[in-house]
Ligand binder design. Structure first.
Ligand code: 13P
Ligand code: 13P
Ligand code: MG
Ligand code: MG
Length: 371
């Protein structure tokens, strides 16, 4: 049997420096120190986007492996200790459980794992975002894997012409459904156009059945039952030779879309593609950021990273994000800058409702009584 390599990207916010803007270097050093001592891994890379630490781990143990998840959990717990020592903001924010019990999913950290038999050349891009939610990937993933105006390979590359299958998750009812692109795109868009509830989890190359992309779909507030922070999702995409070219994967970010998140996880704003050097969101805790690290896998070694948005070709996108941010900010506490009430429910709405309950007068009953 051919050797299978798994890339596990596991992320968590275990304390911000300063506020929710970044990660203190001591936490990253701690994480690297722990991972470099692990016999489970072939290779690893540690980075951050905003206040989220991203662990990229390669190994031969497959997806949902207890030992790998335990290693990530222990790493985040150790980083939390450092965060507590430095009194960083929200130390341990995303670690919802007190104890690890076999699988890190449901405990707070976000997880995306891809298991592959390495091709002759295996380019991958890991997208990582801060100040937004998992559904933020719906728009770019749709463009990358289903829109010929973005991905010319769908039209002119015989190995892509058959299209891709999309696994979409209903994050509220915890269900999944498969869609086939291009045949089902009108049906699929009904759902993925509502990214607060439906998120693309996995994409498969239709002809070969091979995995093409996987995202983290954990929703923190649904797990915790209260606002803890946004999920700040990650996504792994395989590139080239039957999969979208690197440039086709990055292209949707040249035209920024609006995502939910930003200040207090309660605002819409543009998703700004940035190099690592610009990944700490500070204006109104934003606007939301996305970084893209490129790797070539070689026997499980992560050759890289290449900082993909460190390219002046994305300057105009960043400029447009700033213009959109100015406009959206001018709306202040009004929708559509502020999120709609059903999303706000997880914050102050129930409390305010409770407080004002007796001040609401039911106009229908008042009228009826007058008659
Ligand atoms: P499942 O929730 O389908 O097991 O996903 C595991 C995984 O690969 C996380 O991205
Ligand atoms: P994070 O989800 O990145 O922790 O941000 C929380 C927040 O409240 C930002 O204003
Ligand atoms: Mg935070
Ligand atoms: Mg964050």
């Amino acid at each position: 049997m051919e050797k299978k390599i798994t890339l596990s990207v596991i992320k968590a916010d275990v304390g911000g420096f300063v506020g929710h803007s970044g990660v203190h270097p001591e936490l990253l050093e701690k994480a690297r120190g722990i991972l470099s001592g692990s016999p489970l891994l072939i290779d690893f890379h540690v980075t951050h986007v905003g206040d989220d630490i991203n662990l990229m781990l390669t190994h031969e143990l497959g997806r949902n492996n207890g030992e790998i998840h335990q290693l990530a959990w222990d790493t985040f717990v150790a980083c939390t200790e450092v965060a507590k020592k430095l009194k960083l903001y929200g130390a341990g924010q995303d670690l919802l459980g007190d104890a690890f019990s076999g699988n890190i999913k449901g405990l707070g950290p976000g997880v995306a794992e891809i298991e592959v038999v390495e091709r002759k050349s295996e380019p991958m891009i890991v997208l990582m975002a801060d100040k937004t939610e998992p559904g933020a990937w719906n728009y770019p993933l749709y463009k990358i894997f289903a829109d010929p105006f973005n991905t010319i390979g769908l039209v002119i590359d015989p190995s892509m012409h058959g299209g891709f299958n999309f696994e979409v998750r209903d994050l509220i009812d915890n269900k999944k459904i498969m869609f086939s692109a291009p045949e089902d795109i009108y049906d699929m868009l009904v759902f993925i156009g509502a990214p607060g509830r439906y998120a693309i989890k996995r994409i498969f190359h239709k002809a070969s059945g091979q995995i093409a992309a996987v995202s983290s779909t954990q929703r923190l507030n649904l797990m915790a039952g209260r606002y803890v922070g946004k999920d700040d999702p990650v996504c792994i995409i395989r590139c080239q030779s039957g999969f979208p070219a690197v440039g086709e994967v990055l292209e949707p970010f040249a035209h920024p879309h609006l995502v939910a998140g930003w200040m207090r996880g309660s605002h819409h704003g543009p998703l700004m593609p940035v190099p690592l050097s610009q990944c700490c969101p500070t204006r109104f805790d934003g606007p939301p950021r996305v970084i893209a690290l490129g790797f070539q896998l070689a026997g499980g070694k992560l050759i890289g990273p290449q900082d993909m948005f460190d390219d002046p070709a994305f300057d105009e996108a960043r400029k447009l994000c700033n213009q959109i941010a100015d406009y959206m900010r001018s709306l202040g506490p009004f929708e559509p800058h502020r999120l709609p009430l059903d999303e706000m429910e997880y914050t102050t709405m129930p409390l305010v409702m409770k407080k004002l309950k007796d001040r609401f007068i039911d106009l229908r009953t008042t009228k009826a009584k007058k008659k």
